[in-house]
Design a protein around this ligand. Sequence first.
Ligand code: CTP
Ligand code: CA
Length: 224
Amino acid sequence: LEALASDHSLAGRHALVTAGPTVEPLDPVRFLSNHSSGKQGYAIAAALAARGAKVTLISGPVTLSVPAGVVCVKVQTAREMLGVCEAALPAEIAVCTAAVSDWRAKAAAQGKIKKTSEGPPVLELVENPDILATLCRLANRPKLIVGFAAETDDVLDNAVAKRQRKGCDWLVANDVRRGVFGADRNLVSLITETGIETWPEMDKSQVAGKLAQRISDVFVSSIP
Ligand code: CTP
Ligand code: CA
């Protein structure tokens, strides 16, 4: 704790962290969402704050408490999450861990959708904005942007392609076949411009600490 408290390697840096699921209403009582406990994102926010960064955590609904020294803005939808991220800029660092719903209802019903003899409703969906890809393309882009990828098949191939497609600097890939949702441990690979490192399985708080260390190395060594 003393070592953490005295680490100011990210002092003066602003970090955005997205976490948790987004929730997209279908009608006043139903929604479309994703599995996400928020644990990994909240742990990363805490680890960056412990290194002296100013941290803005933009979070979908989760049951976790906000880490000490972190400013948290709670949101529901992907569009709200993007709006809060853009409003929170400028930032030197962005870490996008949120499980953003890829789609939302084209128009959420104003009143509750009722069962009828016509059978189930057909939901018309539209794609949500990609928060990570949008941040990567902004003129005032954070200098270091880290994405996450939850994959069930061909984890590393998909993750390498995803890093390219999104335009992020680093991508943390995890294999979600292993039951990581809600778990305390994680097995991840870090994909950077120089290659792929697979880290041993460890607690999500340790993954957060190791990632925050790597981020602070970048800022301490090369970025003014
Ligand atoms: N992400 C985002 N906004 C979205 C979708 C994803 O910011 N609308 C971010 C996630 O927070 C994560 C990264 O993009 O950091 C990868 O998310 P993922 O769902 O794995 O990628 P997709 O591009 O949505 O591809 P797919 O779900 O089809 O695998
Ligand atoms: Ca997705």
